[in-house]
Design a protein around this ligand. Structure first.
Ligand SMILES: Nc1ncnc2c1ncn2[C@@H]1O[C@H](COP(=O)(O)OP(=O)(O)OP(=O)(O)O)[C@@H](O)[C@H]1O
Length: 205
């Protein structure tokens, strides 16, 4: 297993959000987590990414990590291109070939020289996603990644997700909406602080 989550619990003050959450995902698997608003999906991803320490339980994650948070963390004054350069340096990438093809796939290339403050919400979200994918991580944690995407972009997102799966990456996608479950290898529903395995009709599922 590339991602193994066992009996994770997390509370904020006296309020338990995750009680006993367990999940596993292997190489080349696309896994969905759905749950109502406030169910604890973002909390789960923050624990998985190492951003939050769980109160109990274990998380094992093999390889490099890409994390696309629910709300883009971008610098308003920097352009799309400047964000790519920053992440290129941070990840010590020799070039931006991968970024260029992702930009084209998501129709972001037209916004190359624009500061983030001039971008729409959906366009910011696209940049957020490209930045998470830039270094081609082994495990991707995507928090509501297509929020604000138009239909064409939504479909292109799923094309990219399928390419990642074919390339052997492990992708965890969180959403408050029930999915087109045939796109997934496994689906979990987060409720009452627990992850319940739900049926899928996916290719591997
Ligand atoms: N830093 C925090 N301190 C205290 N409570 C928090 C904190 N972060 C989240 N919560 C609470 O924990 C619960 C779960 O929040 P979380 O953001 O994980 O839910 P979610 O499933 O991602 O929701 P949504 O679908 O609305 O994004 C909510 O009741 C929220 O108010």
């Amino acid at each position: 297993m590339v991602l193994l989550v066992e009996h994770v619990a997390k509370r904020y003050g006296s309020r338990p959000v995750l009680r006993d959450a367990s999940l596993r995902a292997g190489r080349g698997q696309l896994v969905g987590v759905v749950g109502e608003n406030g169910a604890g999906k973002t909390t789960l991803l923050r624990v998985l990414s190492g951003d939050l320490r769980p109160d109990a339980g274990t998380v094992r994650l093999d390889g490099t990590l890409g994390y696309c948070p629910q709300y883009p963390v971008l610098d308003e004054e920097l352009t799309t291109r400047q964000h790519l350069r920053l992440f290129q340096i941070a990840h010590r990438l020799p070039g931006l070939d991968r970024a260029e093809s992702l930009l084209r796939a998501l129709g972001l290339d037209a916004y190359d020289r624009q500061p983030v403050r001039t971008l729409s919400g959906g366009t910011r979200q696209k940049l957020n996603l490209v930045l998470a994918l830039l270094h081609d991580p082994a495990v991707l944690l995507l928090d509501e990644p297509y929020q604000g995407f138009d239909w064409d972009t939504y479909l292109r997102f799923w094309d990219i997700a399928q390419e990642l799966r074919t390339a052997g990456r492990t992708v965890l996608i969180v959403s408050h909406l029930a999915y087109d479950t045939q796109r997934l290898d496994a689906l979990y529903r987060l409720s009452d602080g627990r992850l319940h395995r739900a049926p899928t009709t996916g290719a591997h599922g």
